[in-house]
Structures are given as structure tokens and as C-alpha cells.
Design a binder for this molecule. Sequence first.
Ligand code: UDP
Ligand code: MG
Length: 350
Amino acid sequence: MHIESRPDALFPELLSAESTANAVSTRADGSVFYDSHVSVLVPGLNEAANLRVMLPTLMLLLNRTCRNWEVVVVDDGSTDDTAQLMAEWTTVPGFRYLQLSRNFGKEAAISAGLDSCDGDVVICMDADMQHPPALIPDMLARWKAGSDMVYAVRENRDDETWFKRQGAKWFYRLVSGGQRVDVPAHAGDFRLMDRKVVNALNALPERTRFMKGLYAWVGFKTEAFPYTPADRIHGESKFTPVKLIKLAMSGVTAFTTWPLRMLSLVGFMFALASFGYGAYLVAEYFEYGHQVDGWTTIVCALLFFAGINMVSLGVVGEYVGRIFDEVKGRPLYVVRDRLGRAARTEPSAE
Ligand code: UDP
Ligand code: MG
């Protein structure tokens, strides 16, 4: 859509006098101003140093971009001075703070934020400035042009370790092995979602919140755009290899059942092989008489099948664990404190 060609875009002063919901206007410098209510959701765990840079950046940018906005910071159990910082920032209209009672994990923090965002559109981004706020206007333009969900896809993973790159490669292969939903590779949580999408996500009852899968599951008209993540400004990544493996396991077990099917296949193949071997032994008995050697074969086979059994039990256990989590029906997160209420409303477009 060429926003410039719209009559209301050509006469922004008319628009500011009589504002229409979801209207768009273009300023003299070509920048676009939206009338929609935009929520920016920022999950953070010990990100006070980064938030000090991010919040002023967002405020400047959102003031220039939309009339009505809110920034919702979800504190996922931080132990640094995020709470003090947000106590100050929530005195500024437009900033809201949701403090969870402990660390529930990024997926739960995003769910908490989605539950409490009021916007017509929600933009989710990391607190470490790896997701450049400067891309927000571009995302909004794609939304206005008709996409319900706009997500950023990494152009490369050069900033990540070998372990993380290989892990990501294998993970996307494994999770798309299910083929129930196609989880796009290299797309993270940096995304814009229309209210329709947010409502659909909020309505999902499951406790295993593998967000990348859920975004894909809800469907809607989605659009990807490439971006190069910036470097983290302060601190280290919160996702340790162990945390990433756990996330990958929950992704695979929440979205695919191929490990269970593969177990049946492996069992079937070994059963076939053992029939073959049995037939061979019987033939050997008739040919050469009773054989007593073969101790090594028996011990190796025993150990091997015991190993397969344990692995199979483990895989089944993963799924049973998921069922257990779902059946308990505990809430996804617990809120300790909420600060800041009103959404920021700019008087008019410049
Ligand atoms: N995060 C969170 N809870 C967690 C772990 C991470 O809210 O348990 C937040 C973190 O503060 C950041 C975002 O999720 O805003 C992405 O985390 P990080 O930058 O550590 O991950 P990476 O970019 O390395 O994948
Ligand atoms: Mg990061």
C-alpha cells in the first residue's frame, strides 16, 4: 500500500482535527503517524542496564510514530534493580510494569505480557536491544498493509556460538519433522501481532508455552522480514546451553509426536532383525549341532536392548511429563506487582 497516495495522508492537518480510529497520516519528512493503539511488550530478566537505554529510545520513537502507545515491561523474576528503575519509569504515562513472582521463563513472561497488553497491535521485543526498535515503523507499515503477524527472521546467526547455530539447525529440522505446523526457522520473538492474533494466543489453554510453535499454530496472515540482530548492549545471554536444550525438548514434545512413532519403528525393526537372527541360529543348530559359545553376542545384545528400552522409556516419560503439567492446570505465571496504568496519548500529529 502506498500510504502517500491516500487522501488522508496528503492532508494530515485534517486528520488531527477529526481523528478516525486506525487512521494513518504522513508528515512532511515522510515519516508515518498512526492513530492505532500500539503496545510494545518487553520481557526482561535482569536487564536494568539495557532498559535504561531501551526505554528512552522507545519513548522517542513511539512519540513520533503513534498517537496512542504503551510499553509493558514484564519482569521475569529479576534480582537486579529493574523494580526500582520501573518504579520511576511507570510515573511516565505509557509505561507499565508487570512483575512476576519469580523466574517463570521467557515464554511465560511473554504470555503474561500478551494477557495484559491493551493495544490494537502488540510488538514483542527483547530487552537487550538486539531487536532494533528502529524497525517498529516498518513493522507497523506491513501491518497496515494487511498482515496480521509480522515477524523478523535473522539474516544470519554469525553472532552466535557454534553450539547455538548447530543446535538451532537441528532443532528446526526435528520440530518440522512433525509437519503439523510449520515453525519458521530463525524467527524469534521479535514480532508484531494484531489484536486478533493476541486474542487467539491468549485463548490457548496449554501450559507448555512454546511460543514459536504457538505463533505458527494460530495461523493468520503472516509476513516475514529479514533483519540482522544487533549486539547485546549489556550483560550476557540468559539462555545457557542447558536452558536451550530444555526449550528444544519442550518444543519437540509440545508440537510433534514423531519421537513416539520413531520408537515403534525402531522396535519393529529390531523385532524383525531378531526373528532373522533366531532363524539363523536354528539353521546353525541343525547344521553344526549345539553351540555353547556366543556369550559376547548375548551380553552385547542384552546391553544394547536394555539401552534402547531406557531411551524409549525416557521419551515416553517426556510426553507423560507434559501431560502431568497440563493436568495440574496451574497458572502460567503469578504476578507480584503491577505498576503504571494509562496508555500514553499524544495530543496530535506534528
Ligand atoms: N528472558 C526472560 N526470562 C528468562 C530468560 C530470558 O524474560 O528466563 C528475556 C531476556 O531478559 C531478554 C530476552 O528474554 O529480554 C531474550 O533473552 P537473551 O537475550 O538472554 O537470549 P538470546 O538473545 O541470547 O537468545
Ligand atoms: Mg538477546
